[in-house]
Design a protein around this ligand. Sequence first.
Ligand code: NAD
Ligand code: G6P
Ligand code: MN
Length: 441
Amino acid sequence: MKKSSVVIAGGGSTFTPGIVLMLLEHLERFPIRQIKFYDNDAKRQELIGKACEILLQERAPEIAFSYTTDPEEAFTDVDFVMAHIRVGKYAMREQDEKIPMRYNVLGQETCGPGGIAYGMRSIGPIIEIIDFMEKYSPDAWMLNYSNPAAIVAEGTRRLRPTSRIINICDMPVGIEDRMAGILGLKSRKEMQVKYYGLNHFGWWSDIRDQAGHDLMPRLKEHVAKHGYIVRPEAEQVTEPSWNDTFAKAKDVYAVEPDTLPNTYLKYYLFPDYIVKHTDPNHTRANEVMEHREKNVFAAARDVIEQGTAKDCRFTADDHASYIVDLADAIASNTKARMLLIVENGGAIENFDPTAMVEIPCIVGSNGYEKVCIGKIPQFQKGLMEQQVSVEKLVVEAWISGSYQKLWQALTLSKTVPSASVAKQILDDLIVANKGYWPELK
Ligand code: NAD
Ligand code: G6P
Ligand code: MN
């Protein structure tokens, strides 16, 4: 089997050690000869880089390892670019979440005004990474899970339409793991799903077991009572904010009980509830900085100080194995069926063919083939048309530097009550994002 060379873009990410451990756990099916980290923040990456160097030296010394901020060094001789950058880091995520809250509008990493602001920051750097890949390793594939994936995907569709980039998200995987738990299955892979929508904005319309039996009725019965909480009577294993999200799926489901919803729909269907339950001075970004970021970097420091990763506190991000499934599907032509964010092109019959949609695809060495979805119902179609227009207007605003288009994007977001509130938020976001956004006229 051919051994792959992988560069992780966003080497200093809190997710990097977990991804490395996960890659090590799957070497049998996805063999690796080289891992490189690339980041534009040398200091942040160095800690993660040094710790992972020790870890790899101990657990897989045959894999060549390096970390760098030099694009030529990073992107030369690679087969896969796994990209998880966060443009502006947590400091800007905090702004994205807090600025809309000044106007009683929800602040979220990828939804509403926060997601729009993050999108405006991310398009340029993602295009830059694609260009590095194409310059130094023209046959490589970029597997992108940098957010906001919906806007990033539309940006790449417009600006680099023929590039070998696949955008993917772990939220459906995470929810499907919970569905498998609810059903008492060993793995989500025992289910075959039909799903459609936009990224962080979709629905399962059909879920069957390997024999073709319909699993939707049992799932619906559970979700109607408990959302995606697998064992309501047991102690919850996720952080409280995520737990609320999984529980809230119950109310999201009640609005549209023919399908099962992605948890992110709560931001669009219950924005007033979200605002009421958010502390405007302490948002998710603060939670992540106080916990995940602090813990991962402390664990890295310990590995470096002790000179060994034997008892390290890094944890394998096993649910991230969907990234290996994707790389493996391309490297070994497995024809795995996976949810990807791709150009619609008629897969959803009654929806904009140029929209970037999240649907099942069959993945092999030549890329992906889309599964035909057919016609979708009025409710989902209406919501999706509004949201996809927001995403397209953001990209249009980024390309043309248009204040007007971005104001329209914010005004059209279901999370924003009026054009005047949209304008106030926009004007604050422009100030906060100076140096990250193109100048708007
Ligand atoms: P993080 O801030 O810890 O890490 C991101 C890293 O990207 C930082 O080290 C930063 O310096 C680097 N970076 C920023 N701009 C860069 C650029 N232009 N070039 C190279 N590197 C750059 O963030 P995190 O919480 O670990 O998340 C990383 C990303 O992964 C985010 O975009 C997040 O939204 C995304 N994510 C996606 C999924 C998914 O399923 N799609 C799941 C989890 C996280
Ligand atoms: C899910 C989503 C990602 C998102 C993440 C946020 O995994 O699919 O797109 O980035 O949640 O998680 P966090 O812990 O950073 O709030
Ligand atoms: Mn996601």
